[in-house]
Each structure stands twice: as structure tokens, then as C-alpha cells.
Design a protein around this ligand. Sequence first.
Ligand SMILES: Nc1ncnc2c1ncn2[C@@H]1O[C@H](COP(=O)(O)OP(=O)(O)OP(=O)(O)O)[C@@H](O)[C@H]1O
Ligand SMILES: [Mg+2]
Length: 609
Amino acid sequence: MNQIRLLPDHLIDQIAAGEVIERPASALKELVENALDAGATQVIITLTDGGLTGINVTDNGCGMNADELGLAVKRHATSKLSDADLFQINSFGFRGEALPSIGAVSDLEISSCNETMEHGWKIRIAHGDIYPPEPVAHAVGTTVSVNHLFDKIPARRKFLKTQRTEAGQCLEVVKQLAMASPHVSFKYSESGKTLLNLPSRTNDASAIRDRLSDVMGHVFAKEAILLDAQKEANGLTGLIGLPTMNRPTTQYMNLFVNQRPVKDKQIIGAVRAAYSDTLPRGRYPIVVLFISVPLESVDVNVHPAKNEVRFSDSGAIRSLIVGAIHSALREHGFQSTAEGAQNALYRLSSNSTHRNLSRSGGFSNYQANVTEQENALQLQSPNADYLPSDDIFQGSPPLAKTQNYDVDTQAQQTLIQNPLGAARAQYHKNYIISETSTGIVIIDQHAAHERLVMEKMKSDLALNDIKTQLLLLPEIVSLIPEQLEAFKQQFDSLNKLGLIVESFGEDAVIVRETPALLGEVNAQELVKDIAEELVNLSGSTSLEDKISHVLATISCHGSVRSGRVLSVAEMNHLLRDMEKTPNSGQCNHGRPTYISLSLADIEHLFGRR
Ligand SMILES: Nc1ncnc2c1ncn2[C@@H]1O[C@H](COP(=O)(O)OP(=O)(O)OP(=O)(O)O)[C@@H](O)[C@H]1O
Ligand SMILES: [Mg+2]
């Protein structure tokens, strides 16, 4: 065996750097965190070539004197960990290894000055070699420049992605830190282009929303729901996006624990559970969550990159998140994102441009459109009698009588004041157009109704009051072995949902009763769809999750499928039901159930604005 010996310092630093400084974005994160720890109110970041050639961070924090500079670049030197207590950490840094690690894998220069000094000092550490401090002109604060990162470590450089990807990650890191520190102004430029210019937001009441609006865009900040919950010593604040504004990855789930950005599977799981059936499988919400917990009940020393934490009572955190988000979503139930309307507008306007440019027969097109519109208008009128309690869930509706549009009854004026307005017409047997006091709303009746059925089933289920209807002839459904097995395991749950099934022979089940809410239903298709769903869900998902997915599948079968003509009374009934039903802004697959267009939007479409 070889002789055991202590590693030389520069190798130890490189090893440490391997864990902490993986890519330009990780170096940048350490530098911005240091600036925030130093109490800066202004942080200026300049990047060259996605951070590969240069990363420059200037702050107006407390600064360092020459001695402190010398220590700052040494391993295990920190000003942040008081009395060696790892469970009282209220700063981003505490390991005392970020700067020496960066210095081990780049050419690092730090210039700094504090309030009491006449001039600043600068120190350089290039690929592990420390040079003595030199005087320099610098305002109070610190500038750190990281040049030629990984130039001498080709193995590391090989693992980096394209310059664009690395640049994108750098920007993401700064955005995240900026979200949690609204009072600090941030300026960020990359290869000469300013990409972020965030003013300091100091208005206590709106600082977070203002900052998030600056970082994430005003559509999100305006529509997102404000959270403010407290359970014992733990708090939860932030903004959560409406379910209809969902994304295919967890990238837009911004999670913070005591202001530290974290990536935490448990928190993501809790958020996902809170949104549960309002999102389709594989889609994630946009959220910004600030979790605050007593310092002693969280361990931040889990990973050198400091983006993971461990809670002493993770159950309490989960229940705080699930409870707060769930009830916030219910309260704002019927809202749907304006993103849908914006996309629609975009498509409409690009379509009309396309038409004008690409076809010469503009006038005949116009004519054709008019005829289409006239036909549509004739389909339904708003003045059919309002039937008092026309049940949308069942029965076949009468066709509305066609009447004159000019009559403006009192009842309609009242209806228009409702959030989803007064139903005016139905197009293509699925889209309801309603008029509101500020514009129009287009409703996808199938999607909306599906959601109403699901929410009704959920509330009935909670009260253990799902009514069933007996099938005159029980239905025998054969299933493939895998489906049969998955189905059998859920007999009890399915019974509770109003689907009374038993095994039948070797390879089939027999359906005796179905949920009454569904009305006439094709039991064959229903059972096959559920079986397929259960197979897809097998494995990790919880029973709760399975039930909600099965509920979604069941509801889909009971919905007013597109293609059913509704009377005006029925349409209005549907709108009123939507307004009072939680989560009705999106269908069970997370698509919006309606889109609203303001008059301003419409005028915009016609070039009036
Ligand atoms: N921008 C800055 N302004 C003032 N002091 C700074 C700045 N950056 C670093 N320092 C000082 O240098 C020390 C070392 O910084 P370094 O980032 O290496 O370690 P740390 O922040 O203490 O811990 P960690 O390794 O977890 O980041 C800090 O404790 C702090 O005292
Ligand atoms: Mg640090």
C-alpha cells in the first residue's frame, strides 16, 4: 500500500471547489449571496460569455479591510458562523469556503473598502496562488471578479453546456435571489446587454408583489394568489399561480426557506398535492413560496451547494403548504388565467394579418365570415325564458326560441353584472359566448361542465353521499390481466365513488351501479378508461392521488359532451354554477374552462387602439 499523506492545500481547495463550484452559475450564486450577507442594497452584475470569461459582482455592502481580504480567500475562514452553532444560521454563507474554492479554479480578484478606510485594497488569488494585497481606489463595498473559470481544469470545462445555457442559468440564479430580497436593487448585464434592472422595492405592503412583478412579469404577479399563512412557529407567504397557468417542469416553482432558494422534492410534492386535481399529470404550477421557520428547526448544512435543507418536523411544513395552498385555490376557484386570452388574441391577430397578406380575395372572405356569424347568432338568443331550476346535469334540454337581440330586459342587465356575465349565444354546440360589464367571455361548456361534475362528486364524496343508480342490466367488462389487477385493488375506493363493481369470472368485472350524477353512461367505456388510468398511476402515487385522477376520469364521462345544444337558461345556469364552484377556472386536465376578452382587447384586435 502507498504511504498515507496529507493532501497539499491547493488540491484540497480544488476538491472542495468540485462540490461547490460546478459551473458559472454556482460561482455567481456564491458571490451574490456574499453581497447580500454583507448588507448590500445595490448589486451590479456583469457577465462576459455566459460567465465563462468573466463574472463581475459589485456591491455597496460593509466591505473588508486588507486583513479581512487575506482571510476571506483562506479555507474555513468566515465572519458568519457565531459560536460554532450550526443551528443558528441566518446568513446565506457559513462554510467559509466559497471564495477559496473559486480562487482554486479561476483567476479571482477582490477589491474592497469599508467605511473607516481611506482607500480600498485588492487581493488576487489565481488558480490557488494567493498574491499579497495592494491598495486600490474603491467606494465602500466590494467588487469581485472571476476570470477564466475552469481554464486550467479542462475536465470541468468539458461538462459545461453551451454558453447560452450557462448564461441562462446565471440569470436564473440572480432572479431567484432577487425575489427574496425586494429591498435590494439589482442590475444585471451580459456581454453588454442589460437583462435585469430591478429597482429597490421598499413599500412594505407591496414589496414582494412589486418585485415578483419585475422579475416574473406582471401577468403572473397580478393574477397570482397572495398567500399568508402561519401555523405555530412556521410561516408561509408568497404568490401562487392559477392552475391554468401551468408548465411542463418544476423550473417555475421558486421555493425559499428563510429566504434561501432551495430545491426540495418534499416541498415540490406538497405543492403538487395541494394543486392535486386542478393540474393534469406531468404539469407543474408557477409558484413563489417563502417558508419561514425558526433557525433551530432547519438544517441548512446538507449539501455544500447549500440548496437543500432538512426540517426537524417536515410533516408540519407539508401540512402548512398543502392546507394554505389548497384553501387559497378554493377561494379563488373560478378564476382562469388571462394567459389564455392573451394567447387567443395573439393567434387571432396573427391569423387576420396572415389572411390579409396571403389572400387577395379579402372581400369574399369577409362576406363568408359575416354569413357564418349570422348563422351563429341565430342559433341561440338571450331572451328565452329563464327556467328557474333547470338542471344542467340531467335531461335533454329544449331548444331556445330565436328572438330579437335588441330587447334588453332587466334580468339581463342584472346577469351581465355577474363575473361570467349573461349568456348570449352558443357556437359550434360547445362554445358559449357571454357578455359581461367589461367585455365578453368564451366558455368551453364541455370543459366547464366536466369540472362542475367533478367538484360536485368531490363534495359528495367528502360527505359520503355519492348517489348511485342501478343498471337495469349489469354490464360485464373484460379487462386485460394488468388492468384487472389494478382495478381489483381499488374496488373499495370505486364503491365509495359510486361505481359498484365486482369480479366476474377470470378476466372480467361486472358493473351493477354507476354514480347517479353521471346520468346515462356507457359503463363499458367508463370502466375501461378507469382501468387504464389505474395502470398508468400504479407505482408511486398515493391513494389520494389515484382517487382524484379516477374522479376526473369519471367526471369526463358524465359531462355535457361538446355537441349538445343548450338553452340560454341552461347556459346561464352553467355560468352561475361555475361562479360558485371551487376550481372551476380549469377543467380536470388543467386547461382553462373560459377565456375573457375585455373591450379593450377587442378594440385592439380591430385596430381601434
Ligand atoms: N461581498 C462581500 N462583502 C463583504 N465581505 C465579504 C464579501 N464576500 C465575502 N466576504 C467575507 O469573506 C468571508 C468568506 O467568504 P466566503 O464566501 O468564502 O465564505 P462564507 O460566505 O463565510 O461561507 P460560504 O462558503 O458558505 O459562502 C465571508 O465570511 C465574509 O466575511
Ligand atoms: Mg459565501
